[in-house]
Design a protein around this ligand. Structure first.
Ligand code: FDP
Length: 296
Protein backbone atom coordinates (compact mmCIF):
# COMPACT_ATOMS: atom_id res chain seq x y z
CA UNK A 1 0.00 0.00 0.00
CA UNK A 2 3.03 2.31 0.36
CA UNK A 3 3.01 2.92 -3.39
CA UNK A 4 -0.62 4.07 -3.25
CA UNK A 5 0.16 6.57 -0.50
CA UNK A 6 3.22 7.80 -2.39
CA UNK A 7 1.15 8.18 -5.58
CA UNK A 8 -1.47 10.27 -3.77
CA UNK A 9 1.24 12.44 -2.21
CA UNK A 10 2.82 12.95 -5.64
CA UNK A 11 -0.55 13.91 -7.18
CA UNK A 12 -1.25 16.30 -4.34
CA UNK A 13 1.97 18.20 -5.02
CA UNK A 14 0.97 18.65 -8.66
CA UNK A 15 -2.61 19.59 -7.70
CA UNK A 16 -1.25 22.13 -5.20
CA UNK A 17 0.84 23.68 -7.95
CA UNK A 18 -2.08 23.76 -10.38
CA UNK A 19 -4.24 25.46 -7.75
CA UNK A 20 -1.56 28.06 -7.02
CA UNK A 21 -1.33 28.96 -10.69
CA UNK A 22 -4.96 28.38 -11.65
CA UNK A 23 -5.76 32.09 -12.07
CA UNK A 24 -2.68 32.74 -14.20
CA UNK A 25 -3.19 29.61 -16.29
CA UNK A 26 -6.88 30.27 -16.92
CA UNK A 27 -7.98 27.21 -14.98
CA UNK A 28 -10.81 28.93 -13.13
CA UNK A 29 -14.39 28.35 -14.14
CA UNK A 30 -16.56 25.45 -15.16
CA UNK A 31 -16.59 22.97 -18.01
CA UNK A 32 -19.78 22.20 -19.84
CA UNK A 33 -19.86 18.70 -18.30
CA UNK A 34 -21.40 17.30 -15.10
CA UNK A 35 -20.20 14.43 -12.94
CA UNK A 36 -22.20 11.41 -11.79
CA UNK A 37 -23.93 13.44 -9.09
CA UNK A 38 -25.01 16.13 -11.53
CA UNK A 39 -22.49 18.67 -10.19
CA UNK A 40 -21.04 20.95 -12.86
CA UNK A 41 -17.36 20.05 -13.22
CA UNK A 42 -14.64 22.62 -12.70
CA UNK A 43 -11.60 22.47 -14.98
CA UNK A 44 -9.44 21.54 -12.01
CA UNK A 45 -11.83 18.71 -11.00
CA UNK A 46 -11.07 17.03 -14.31
CA UNK A 47 -7.33 17.71 -14.22
CA UNK A 48 -7.07 16.35 -10.66
CA UNK A 49 -9.14 13.30 -11.52
CA UNK A 50 -7.02 12.43 -14.56
CA UNK A 51 -3.89 12.76 -12.45
CA UNK A 52 -5.19 10.53 -9.65
CA UNK A 53 -6.31 7.84 -12.09
CA UNK A 54 -2.99 7.94 -13.94
CA UNK A 55 -0.78 7.82 -10.83
CA UNK A 56 -2.86 5.22 -8.98
CA UNK A 57 -3.07 2.98 -12.04
CA UNK A 58 0.72 3.05 -12.37
CA UNK A 59 1.30 1.80 -8.80
CA UNK A 60 0.43 -1.73 -9.94
CA UNK A 61 -1.30 -2.17 -6.57
CA UNK A 62 -4.84 -1.10 -7.53
CA UNK A 63 -7.46 -3.40 -8.96
CA UNK A 64 -10.35 -0.92 -9.00
CA UNK A 65 -10.70 2.84 -8.63
CA UNK A 66 -13.91 4.62 -7.62
CA UNK A 67 -13.92 8.35 -8.26
CA UNK A 68 -16.47 11.04 -7.62
CA UNK A 69 -15.91 12.21 -11.17
CA UNK A 70 -16.62 8.85 -12.87
CA UNK A 71 -20.10 7.37 -13.11
CA UNK A 72 -18.78 3.81 -13.06
CA UNK A 73 -15.91 1.98 -11.45
CA UNK A 74 -12.54 2.04 -13.22
CA UNK A 75 -11.16 -1.47 -13.61
CA UNK A 76 -7.36 -1.17 -13.52
CA UNK A 77 -6.06 -4.72 -13.06
CA UNK A 78 -8.31 -7.46 -11.73
CA UNK A 79 -5.44 -9.35 -10.14
CA UNK A 80 -4.24 -6.54 -7.87
CA UNK A 81 -4.84 -6.13 -4.17
CA UNK A 82 -6.49 -2.77 -3.40
CA UNK A 83 -9.58 -0.75 -4.21
CA UNK A 84 -9.19 3.03 -3.83
CA UNK A 85 -12.18 5.39 -3.57
CA UNK A 86 -11.45 9.09 -3.91
CA UNK A 87 -12.75 12.59 -4.47
CA UNK A 88 -9.89 14.23 -6.39
CA UNK A 89 -10.89 17.82 -5.58
CA UNK A 90 -13.53 18.29 -2.92
CA UNK A 91 -15.08 21.68 -2.21
CA UNK A 92 -14.32 22.83 -5.73
CA UNK A 93 -16.94 25.59 -5.67
CA UNK A 94 -14.32 27.39 -3.53
CA UNK A 95 -11.51 27.31 -6.10
CA UNK A 96 -12.26 30.52 -7.96
CA UNK A 97 -12.24 32.61 -4.77
CA UNK A 98 -8.98 31.06 -3.52
CA UNK A 99 -10.48 29.22 -0.54
CA UNK A 100 -9.40 25.84 0.78
CA UNK A 101 -10.17 22.65 -1.14
CA UNK A 102 -8.96 19.07 -0.70
CA UNK A 103 -8.44 15.55 -1.95
CA UNK A 104 -10.09 12.72 0.03
CA UNK A 105 -9.47 8.97 -0.26
CA UNK A 106 -9.84 5.58 1.37
CA UNK A 107 -8.52 2.12 0.59
CA UNK A 108 -10.15 -1.32 0.88
CA UNK A 109 -8.46 -4.66 0.40
CA UNK A 110 -10.03 -6.27 -2.69
CA UNK A 111 -12.01 -9.37 -1.66
CA UNK A 112 -12.21 -10.48 -5.34
CA UNK A 113 -15.82 -11.54 -4.87
CA UNK A 114 -17.41 -12.70 -8.17
CA UNK A 115 -20.25 -10.33 -7.27
CA UNK A 116 -19.03 -6.83 -8.18
CA UNK A 117 -21.36 -5.10 -5.72
CA UNK A 118 -19.99 -7.16 -2.84
CA UNK A 119 -16.53 -6.27 -4.03
CA UNK A 120 -16.86 -2.49 -4.17
CA UNK A 121 -19.80 -1.61 -1.90
CA UNK A 122 -18.30 -2.38 1.48
CA UNK A 123 -18.93 -1.38 5.04
CA UNK A 124 -16.85 1.57 6.25
CA UNK A 125 -15.41 -0.60 9.02
CA UNK A 126 -13.52 -2.54 6.33
CA UNK A 127 -11.41 0.49 5.33
CA UNK A 128 -7.71 -0.18 5.87
CA UNK A 129 -6.40 3.31 5.13
CA UNK A 130 -8.02 6.75 4.82
CA UNK A 131 -6.70 10.23 4.33
CA UNK A 132 -7.05 13.69 2.90
CA UNK A 133 -4.95 16.54 1.58
CA UNK A 134 -5.94 20.10 2.47
CA UNK A 135 -4.82 22.73 -0.04
CA UNK A 136 -4.72 25.90 2.05
CA UNK A 137 -2.10 28.46 3.06
CA UNK A 138 -0.09 25.27 3.70
CA UNK A 139 -0.70 21.83 2.18
CA UNK A 140 -1.57 19.37 4.94
CA UNK A 141 -1.77 15.59 4.58
CA UNK A 142 -3.64 13.57 7.20
CA UNK A 143 -3.69 9.79 7.11
CA UNK A 144 -4.83 6.88 9.22
CA UNK A 145 -3.59 3.35 8.73
CA UNK A 146 -4.88 1.28 11.63
CA UNK A 147 -4.78 3.36 14.79
CA UNK A 148 -4.19 7.10 15.22
CA UNK A 149 -4.26 9.90 12.66
CA UNK A 150 -0.94 11.24 11.45
CA UNK A 151 -0.48 14.82 10.32
CA UNK A 152 2.09 15.92 7.72
CA UNK A 153 2.76 19.29 6.06
CA UNK A 154 4.28 19.87 2.64
CA UNK A 155 7.66 21.56 2.56
CA UNK A 156 7.10 23.29 -0.78
CA UNK A 157 10.78 24.10 -1.29
CA UNK A 158 11.69 20.39 -1.20
CA UNK A 159 8.38 18.92 -2.46
CA UNK A 160 8.44 16.66 0.58
CA UNK A 161 5.92 15.98 3.35
CA UNK A 162 7.20 16.50 6.89
CA UNK A 163 5.60 14.67 9.85
CA UNK A 164 4.07 17.12 12.35
CA UNK A 165 2.60 14.69 14.89
CA UNK A 166 -0.51 12.67 15.66
CA UNK A 167 -3.90 14.37 15.83
CA UNK A 168 -6.10 14.09 18.92
CA UNK A 169 -9.38 15.84 18.36
CA UNK A 170 -9.49 19.32 19.93
CA UNK A 171 -11.86 20.64 22.58
CA UNK A 172 -12.83 24.11 21.36
CA UNK A 173 -16.52 24.97 21.22
CA UNK A 174 -17.28 25.37 17.54
CA UNK A 175 -20.26 24.17 15.52
CA UNK A 176 -20.09 23.98 11.74
CA UNK A 177 -23.13 23.56 9.52
CA UNK A 178 -24.81 25.38 6.63
CA UNK A 179 -27.44 27.24 8.66
CA UNK A 180 -29.13 28.61 5.55
CA UNK A 181 -30.87 25.22 5.31
CA UNK A 182 -32.22 25.29 8.89
CA UNK A 183 -35.85 25.83 7.86
CA UNK A 184 -35.71 22.49 6.04
CA UNK A 185 -34.03 20.47 8.80
CA UNK A 186 -35.95 17.71 10.56
CA UNK A 187 -36.94 18.34 14.23
CA UNK A 188 -34.07 16.23 15.65
CA UNK A 189 -31.50 18.45 13.89
CA UNK A 190 -33.25 21.68 14.89
CA UNK A 191 -33.16 20.54 18.52
CA UNK A 192 -29.54 19.43 18.25
CA UNK A 193 -28.23 22.69 16.81
CA UNK A 194 -30.31 24.82 19.20
CA UNK A 195 -28.13 23.49 22.05
CA UNK A 196 -25.13 25.30 20.58
CA UNK A 197 -26.84 28.66 20.91
CA UNK A 198 -27.89 28.53 24.55
CA UNK A 199 -26.77 31.64 26.42
CA UNK A 200 -23.68 31.14 28.64
CA UNK A 201 -22.78 27.74 27.16
CA UNK A 202 -22.97 28.85 23.58
CA UNK A 203 -20.56 27.71 20.89
CA UNK A 204 -19.11 29.84 18.11
CA UNK A 205 -20.01 29.12 14.48
CA UNK A 206 -17.59 28.48 11.60
CA UNK A 207 -18.51 27.18 8.15
CA UNK A 208 -16.24 27.27 5.12
CA UNK A 209 -18.41 25.09 2.89
CA UNK A 210 -15.47 22.90 1.93
CA UNK A 211 -15.63 19.55 3.72
CA UNK A 212 -11.89 18.97 4.02
CA UNK A 213 -11.31 22.42 5.53
CA UNK A 214 -14.29 22.17 7.91
CA UNK A 215 -13.32 18.67 9.07
CA UNK A 216 -9.64 19.61 9.43
CA UNK A 217 -10.56 22.55 11.67
CA UNK A 218 -12.89 20.30 13.67
CA UNK A 219 -10.07 17.80 14.19
CA UNK A 220 -7.48 20.37 15.21
CA UNK A 221 -9.66 22.79 17.18
CA UNK A 222 -12.65 20.66 18.20
CA UNK A 223 -16.43 20.94 18.04
CA UNK A 224 -18.71 19.41 15.47
CA UNK A 225 -19.27 19.48 11.70
CA UNK A 226 -22.47 18.34 10.06
CA UNK A 227 -24.13 18.10 6.69
CA UNK A 228 -27.56 16.84 7.73
CA UNK A 229 -30.55 15.50 5.86
CA UNK A 230 -33.39 17.92 5.24
CA UNK A 231 -36.79 17.82 3.60
CA UNK A 232 -35.27 18.72 0.22
CA UNK A 233 -32.14 16.54 0.45
CA UNK A 234 -33.32 13.52 2.38
CA UNK A 235 -29.86 11.88 2.34
CA UNK A 236 -27.92 15.09 2.88
CA UNK A 237 -25.31 16.08 0.29
CA UNK A 238 -22.06 14.33 1.06
CA UNK A 239 -21.08 11.05 -0.57
CA UNK A 240 -20.54 7.94 1.54
CA UNK A 241 -17.63 6.17 -0.11
CA UNK A 242 -15.17 8.95 -0.79
CA UNK A 243 -16.28 11.78 1.52
CA UNK A 244 -17.99 10.48 4.67
CA UNK A 245 -16.18 7.14 5.09
CA UNK A 246 -12.63 8.53 5.00
CA UNK A 247 -13.48 11.44 7.29
CA UNK A 248 -15.38 9.21 9.74
CA UNK A 249 -12.43 6.81 9.90
CA UNK A 250 -9.95 9.61 10.57
CA UNK A 251 -12.18 11.32 13.15
CA UNK A 252 -12.75 8.06 15.04
CA UNK A 253 -9.04 7.27 15.01
CA UNK A 254 -8.31 10.76 16.33
CA UNK A 255 -10.63 10.11 19.30
CA UNK A 256 -13.88 11.55 17.94
CA UNK A 257 -17.15 10.13 16.65
CA UNK A 258 -19.09 10.17 13.39
CA UNK A 259 -22.77 9.30 13.15
CA UNK A 260 -25.58 9.56 10.62
CA UNK A 261 -28.08 11.76 12.48
CA UNK A 262 -31.57 11.77 10.85
CA UNK A 263 -33.21 9.94 13.74
CA UNK A 264 -30.21 7.61 13.98
CA UNK A 265 -27.10 7.49 16.14
CA UNK A 266 -25.63 4.72 13.97
CA UNK A 267 -21.92 5.11 13.18
CA UNK A 268 -21.12 6.22 9.64
CA UNK A 269 -18.63 3.35 9.35
CA UNK A 270 -21.44 0.81 9.87
CA UNK A 271 -23.13 1.84 6.63
CA UNK A 272 -22.88 -0.37 3.54
CA UNK A 273 -23.57 1.80 0.46
CA UNK A 274 -25.93 0.45 -2.19
CA UNK A 275 -24.40 2.45 -5.04
CA UNK A 276 -21.00 4.02 -5.66
CA UNK A 277 -22.26 7.59 -5.40
CA UNK A 278 -24.75 7.19 -2.52
CA UNK A 279 -25.00 10.04 -0.01
CA UNK A 280 -25.54 10.08 3.73
CA UNK A 281 -26.29 12.73 6.33
CA UNK A 282 -23.36 13.07 8.73
CA UNK A 283 -22.52 14.56 12.12
CA UNK A 284 -18.90 14.25 13.22
CA UNK A 285 -16.65 15.73 15.87
CA UNK A 286 -15.69 15.40 19.50
CA UNK A 287 -17.43 12.75 21.62
CA UNK A 288 -19.01 15.45 23.82
CA UNK A 289 -20.63 17.12 20.80
CA UNK A 290 -21.79 13.90 19.16
CA UNK A 291 -23.27 12.64 22.43
CA UNK A 292 -25.42 15.77 22.55
CA UNK A 293 -27.35 14.41 19.55
CA UNK A 294 -30.57 12.65 20.32
CA UNK A 295 -32.51 10.82 17.61
CA UNK A 296 -35.83 11.84 19.19
P1 FDP B 1 -18.57 21.64 -3.15
O1 FDP B 1 -20.02 21.66 -3.46
O2 FDP B 1 -17.91 22.98 -3.21
O3 FDP B 1 -17.77 20.61 -3.94
O4 FDP B 1 -19.52 17.77 -1.41
C1 FDP B 1 -19.11 18.92 -1.91
C2 FDP B 1 -19.06 20.12 -0.97
O5 FDP B 1 -18.42 21.19 -1.59
C3 FDP B 1 -18.33 19.85 0.37
O6 FDP B 1 -16.95 19.95 0.27
C4 FDP B 1 -18.92 20.87 1.30
O7 FDP B 1 -18.85 20.51 2.65
C5 FDP B 1 -20.35 20.98 0.81
O8 FDP B 1 -20.36 20.54 -0.56
C6 FDP B 1 -20.88 22.38 0.88
O9 FDP B 1 -22.21 22.40 0.51
P2 FDP B 1 -23.17 23.69 0.74
O10 FDP B 1 -22.67 24.74 -0.19
O11 FDP B 1 -24.53 23.19 0.39
O12 FDP B 1 -23.06 24.09 2.18
Amino acid sequence: MDKIIEAIKACSIIIQNSLSHSGINNLHGERETSNSSGDVQKKLDVISNDLMIDYLSKTEECSILLSEENDDLILVDDSKKYIVAFDPLDGSSNIDCNCCVGTIFCVFEDNHSPNMSERILRKGDEIICAGYVLYGPATDFVITVGNGAEHFVLDRTQSKYIYLGDIHIGTKKIYSINESNCENWYPDMKKYVAQYKVKDTKYTHRYIGSMVADVHRTLLYGGMFSYPADIKNTDGKLRILYECFPMAKIVENAGGKAIIGKQSSKRILEITPKNIHDRTPIILGGAIEIDKYSSE
